[in-house]
Design a protein around this ligand. Sequence first.
Ligand code: SAM
Length: 220
Amino acid sequence: MTEPSSVERDRMVQKQLRARGIRSESVLDAMGQVPREWFLPPGQQHLAYRDQAVPLSCGQTVSQPYMVAVMTEALQLRPADRVLEVGTGSGYQTAVLSRLAAEVFTVERIPELAHEAEAILQELGHANVHFLVGDGTLGWPDEAPFDAILVTAGAPDAPSSLKSQLAEDGGRLVVPVGDRYLQELVRITRHGNNFDSEDLLACRFVPLLGAEGWGGSEAG
Ligand code: SAM
């Protein structure tokens, strides 16, 4: 008999997240609530609670649960925070953020992915998420400043537009920075005009394409 997804999800939280050092109870709780199987392509639901990224349409991926947890914990979210996410993808990470922050603004460059994610999040009742199709390397200037910004694709450098859209009193930007194949997850914290940078861990993401990402002309 197939196990209920809540049992598999609890096991994922204990074995893949808590046992590997994720300490934030609010992050563990949020990841224990979001049904990851909803965000996977048809026929892939059996992979929902495995310790791996899962291929999505348009050559993109749904990130590994552990990586989602590390990035979310690194954002140090508080319930009143307004968060910008660059790279909606399937919407799984968006759903986790929406359980931890007051409002989530998410930008995706591929319309098909953005629309699918929006439909799923609406069906699951995540009413505090706002969607935009476009180049997220430029942020969402009309909604700035943000208490936290998460980039879910690998960048050649932290986009300056995103740094400038951080709240001046401790806004956090978490972004994978490196070459096209291997990056370091970096957290940049803003204090006025000072930006403190911390390296968190090595990671591998699909490229962030766009004006302040890789190959502006490919980003079309
Ligand atoms: N966190 C997502 C999830 O849980 O499904 C996975 C995100 S996937 C690793 C990275 C996403 O970033 C892709 O959907 C890709 O299309 C998107 N992306 C890449 N460059 C972008 C840009 N400039 N603006 C917005 N989205 C971008």
